[in-house]
Write a protein that binds this ligand. Structure first.
Ligand SMILES: *[C@@H]1O[C@H](CO)[C@@H](O)[C@H](O)[C@H]1NC(C)=O
Ligand SMILES: *[C@@H]1O[C@H](CO)[C@@H](O)[C@H](O)[C@H]1NC(C)=O
Ligand SMILES: *[C@@H]1O[C@H](CO)[C@@H](O)[C@H](O)[C@H]1NC(C)=O
Ligand SMILES: *[C@@H]1O[C@H](CO)[C@@H](O)[C@H](O)[C@H]1NC(C)=O
Ligand SMILES: *[C@@H]1O[C@H](CO)[C@@H](O)[C@H](O)[C@H]1NC(C)=O
Ligand SMILES: *[C@@H]1O[C@H](CO)[C@@H](O)[C@H](O)[C@H]1NC(C)=O
Ligand SMILES: *[C@@H]1O[C@H](CO)[C@@H](O)[C@H](O)[C@H]1NC(C)=O
Length: 528
């Protein structure tokens, strides 16, 4: 019996071990740091919790230092008293055997002990903690992704670098701001991606910040480093004499660290080259900042579409018997293409439940590139698919969608829950399949999309339809329904739409894509 039990638990242990091993392999991208932190708010919360741990670890380290310091200080105080006595008359001091014995004993033993104490490494545990969590830190990719997101918010909503840096976002002042390193990092990222004009605004802002405040020394951002990047940006924009003037005004202290010496050498070389450029080309300030009028997409995101007449609001009781009992509040946004906005079709409790189900299993969303799914800058969000019978709440919502739309959801797609993070967006796209898509997909195209909003978004994050100039702000419990196909079955290009970048807030939605094949008997005809 015992043997059996032993074998049994061994079997289980190996099973668990096996699964664990498999999970490691499956989640390899995350092991290598590919966690796409900026793509969803739950990921950011885990990062915040990690920072709390780092803070308390550093606090432990500071406490350890303080303790050592206290021991040293109180010992020094006692020694100082003795020294003051001895200094009055050294000869007389040592002629007292009480003093001389003690002196010899101290130098024979105590100072060696002090040496040992001073040599003792401090905060070994805290150093180990850093090492242990290194693999959870954001990668270079994370950093450039979030810097891109900031720039996306800035350009989409036409915000000033200085406003953003001081926490003024789209006209609303938040009680937060950036330091020079934050500002510089955005500028440097723009510089690295060749957007010199935009980079300059951030670099100037970083310089202004550094003039007024100081960063903790270990973080090591030198004013000269920022100024040099500023000068390099000017050179890239062919503003040579401005660059030269800036560089000549730098007072680099050569005697200081080797890094500075390197900078000095670099600067001297740039200046030598600049003299030549300045003499051969005038300082043309390229005024042609092509102020082309903003695209329809941008106007939509900024809430600048003309107000469209409210077609009608009504209670829809006709689709199914269910709706005669529980009529839906709906607002028709457009008749052709057909588009309606339902209100209060999801409760706060349901929304919360869905978010909680999704949070631990979110993965970066992908876009289709020639039949293969890839993570892309066009769509920065995390998502998860829920099978129709995954949980009671999902089943219930699928039934509600069928009731709302009158469509048969058999063989339609799973519900996809999506969480948008920093500046999270999805560029202009159509939900239908077209072109080189798989012929099965083309034959069973997405006749309609239902998009549910699981929360309000404080700023940004609208759904916009640039071609028909419709703009829908996320509101908890609302659902947007539109038809993607023309009566002929061809894609209706007017339904191309986008998720504008979120400015402030955490945007959660889920979508249901309804396929056309099952609807051959029931497809309602709205344009009659
Ligand atoms: C703003 O934040 C600071 C801490 O950074 C805090 O002391 C202050 O009370 C906050 N002000 C408001 C209005 O919340
Ligand atoms: C800077 O230039 C001087 C002379 O041009 C050279 O001796 C020195 O090694 C250089 N230092 C660095 C850090 O490049
Ligand atoms: C550029 O604009 C400035 C004023 O903003 C003007 O003084 C300068 O002449 C303009 N340069 C060119 C080349 O048009
Ligand atoms: C500036 O714009 C004018 C007219 O739009 C054009 O003729 C000129 O070539 C442009 N200059 C530059 C430097 O792009
Ligand atoms: C997709 O594939 C076609 C041909 O197979 C090719 O011409 C096109 O460049 C590809 N597009 C992308 C975005 O890779
Ligand atoms: C109710 O909604 C369904 C699905 O959108 C639609 O087919 C039907 O025409 C609507 N009924 C009314 C009276 O608007
Ligand atoms: C939907 O279609 C399937 C297959 O055509 C059918 O079995 C099912 O009964 C239909 N559901 C409803 C609610 O009509």
């Amino acid at each position: 019996m015992k043997l059996f039990y032993w074998l049994y638990s061994c079997f289980f242990a190996s099973l668990i071990f096996g699964i664990d091993h498999m999970r490691n392999v499956l989640s390899e991208p995350e092991q290598s740091g590919e966690q796409y932190y900026s793509m969803s708010t739950p990921g950011l919360v885990s990062l915040l919790e990690l920072e709390f741990k780092f803070i308390s670890n550093m606090n432990d380290y500071a406490n350890a230092l303080e303790q050592k310091l206290q021991v040293l200080r109180s010992a020094l105080n006692a020694m100082d008293v003795e020294r003051a006595k001895a200094q009055l008359d050294k000869m007389q001091y040592v002629s007292n055997p009480i003093n001389s014995f003690s002196l010899i004993r101290r130098l024979h033993r105590d100072w060696k002990k002090w040496q040992v104490y001073m040599e003792q490494p401090l905060g070994k545990e805290q150093m180990a903690f850093f090492e242990q969590h290194r693999h959870n830190l954001p990668t270079d990719k994370d950093m450039s992704a979030v810097a891109d997101a900031i720039h996306r918010i800035q350009t989409t909503y036409f915000l000033e670098a200085s406003d953003m840096a001081s926490g003024l976002l789209n006209g609303k002042q938040y009680n937060t701001s950036w330091n020079a390193l934050d500002i510089y990092t955005v500028g440097k990222n723009l510089y690295n991606t060749g957007k010199y004009k935009d980079a300059i605004k951030w670099l100037i802002e970083a310089i202004e910040w550094l003039k007024r405040h100081q960063l903790p020394a270990p973080l090591g951002l030198q004013m000269t480093t920022v100024q040099l990047d500023y000068a390099q940006s000017l050179i890239q924009l062919e503003q040579y004499s401005d660059a030269l003037e800036l560089l000549q005004s730098l007072h680099i202290d050569e005697s200081s660290d080797p890094e500075m010496l390197g900078l000095k050498n670099k600067t001297d070389e740039i200046i030598r080259n600049l003299y030549q450029l300045v003499s051969t080309s005038p300082n043309t300030i390229n005024n042609n900042s092509t102020t082309s009028s903003p695209s329809s997409y941008l106007l939509g995101c900024r809430g600048k579409f003309p107000a469209h007449p409210k077609l009608y609001c009504k209670y829809n009781k006709t689709t199914t018997p269910f709706l005669r009992l529980a009529p839906l509040k709906m607002e028709v946004l457009s008749l052709d293409p057909y588009m309606t906005l339902y209100h209060d079709v999801i409760s706060l409790r349901e929304a919360t439940e869905i978010k909680e189900l999704a949070t631990p299993i979110l993965r970066p969303t992908t876009v289709d590139r020639n039949g293969s799914n890839v993570v892309s800058k066009v769509r920065t969000a995390k998502g998860v698919w829920f099978a129709d019978d995954y949980k009671e709440v999902i089943q219930r919502i699928n039934e509600r969608i069928a009731d709302m739309t009158g469509f048969n959801l058999t063989n339609s797609e799973k519900i996809q829950v999506i969480s948008y993070g920093v500046g999270g967006h999805y560029g202009v796209h159509g939900d239908y399949f077209e072109g080189q898509a798989d012929s099965n997909l083309l034959h069973d195209n997405r006749i309609a999309t239902v998009l549910f909003y699981l929360n309000d978004v404080e700023q940004g994050g609208a759904t916009v339809f640039p071609r028909i100039k419709r703009h829908v702000l996320p509101r908890l419990g609302d659902a947007l329904l539109w038809y993607n196909l023309l009566p002929s079955g061809e894609p209706d290009l007017r339904t191309r739409h986008a998720a504008c970048p979120v400015i402030v807030g955490s945007k959660w939605i889920f979508t249901k894509w309804i396929r056309v094949k099952e609807q051959f008997r029931i497809r309602p005809c709205h344009r009659d």
